[in-house]
Design a protein around this ligand. Sequence first.
Ligand code: ADP
Ligand code: ZN
Length: 604
Amino acid sequence: MAMRDLLKKYFGYDSFRPLQEEIVNHCVSGQDALVLMPTGGGKSLCYQLPALKFDGITIVISPLIALMKDQVDALTANGIPAAYLNSTLPYPEVARIEAQAKQGKLKLLYLAPERLANPSTRQFLTTLKISLFAVDEAHCISEWGHDFRPDYRNLDLLRTQFPGIPMLALTATANPRVRDDIVSHLRLGRGRVFQSSFNRANLAYRVVPKKKAFEGLLAEIRRRPDEAVIIYCFSRNATEKVADDLKANGINAAAYHAGLSPKDRARVQEKFIRDEVPVIAATIAFGMGIDKPDVRLVVHMDLPKSVEGYYQETGRAGRDGLPSECLFFYSAGDRIKHEYFIRGMDDLDERQRVRVQLQEMMRYAELKTCRRAFLLRYFGETGVPETCGSCDVCVPRAVEAKAEPVQDFDQDLFEELRLLRRNLAATRHVPPYMIVGDKTLQEMARQFPQSREHLIGITGIGREKLAQYGGAFVDAIRAYAVPKGIPERLAATTVRARPVKAISSSTRETVRMFEAKRSLESIARERKLSVVTVLNHLEEALDNGRSLDASHLSAPDDDRLERMREAFREAGTYMLAPAKAKLGDAYSYDELRLGRFLLKARPQ
Ligand code: ADP
Ligand code: ZN
């Protein structure tokens, strides 16, 4: 089965995120690689999809027990046989999983790194037909990273004992020193490095003066009823105070910090993941073991200690790709809080380093130029646009203003579907986001699918999700739409402005080949991509304001192109399905896709 079909069947997605397709193809060809992608970039899919294609099993090394369980639950929910082995499992369970693996019944097996130190685990691995080792959170191998785990050094044993098996290492760390460490420890010397832009295009960055900060915070939270929010504070006391003040104002909030008992911490985390307490005031310890994709707002009440830390913490917003905000209440005076700790440091070099990091963070806060551009350049990206159109410097506005955002979906239906999702999740004992994501619910609330045939066309609905929840969602949508006389709609009826983002190196490569007058097919062949992806790259370049000369392509005749232009215009969107519905079978999707590109390339 083609990769794209596997993508839809198991994960419910219609297209790849940037670099995913290249990485998946590279991986299937049996070669090593290092993948550097920001949080939310879609790293998991880079080994989960190849795992489905391989005959043998894919072994995934993952450091956090909670995340391991999450991933396995999510895979199982998509109908993919997977399991994990770690210290929390009783022996009979371990034996059962090992037997399944030996019988070839599992596609993916997650392992905690400390298990590799055990010769019996390595002996067990020799009895399997292993197709791939995937090393998640690969920065844990480096002492230069923020999360060094000595157990990761055991991976060296895998390389020695299983030299012929390809390895895919993945991380969201952009630090070059850490990257070199990963390559050398895992001996990835001959593998490729795939690095995507660290731009989080769906995140809006905002810094506001720390005056009446609590009122500002409250207003922001009230604008987002029931949405997940993380508020980072400098001290334990501050987290308690913010949470208490929010509760006094009727907000369902809780505090999280290292002073709580492990049991209490686990409970707060669990409630947050299950959408039972949506607002958490926390120290930076919160968030490490959490993959919650629908956090809509991350707030910094105090000065973060470094740009790296700030990027990582804000990165916990909007992993699902939907618009989310990062709000920072800044006061230069907060520097004093850090000074107290800095003066306590014995190592003078270390003191100096920490001061420089703090200085950089303050520079960010006081910028008069685009904040996104600063962040991307800080992490060494080049070719970064001067303005982003979605930070407070590029688009100034007051905190208490933002005019509600324009929504192109039915908010009431969305709320109903969210409630249904919560109920489905509760009976199955999984977090709601594991049923389906917000993006899927929003698309339902836009298209009103009233049959299973239509529902399968929605993003995030694969074969298994359709079988499990299709009936429930269709019933709920019908119950809402039929009395109101709302018909099914094919797709979005508004053209959404795309956020400006840095073009990836892969897109640049496609553009370069296209400008050398190569045909789409020959670019696709050489780059091992589909023609659709090549076109996506080219459209991405056009959408980012680049002009392309497409005169060397063999185009549909002018008449047909004109009809397509009309159809897109009438549909009010460049999405293919509505135009196709207007044009009928005389126009294939392939032709429409090419037509769309040509129309964008020479607009009138
Ligand atoms: P990372 O590990 O890089 O932080 P994940 O693998 O957790 O990112 O993916 C982030 C989110 O994006 C998940 O909710 C995932 O299901 C979703 N996702 C991944 N790939 C795609 C895709 N091709 N289309 C739509 N959503 C995707
Ligand atoms: Zn900007």
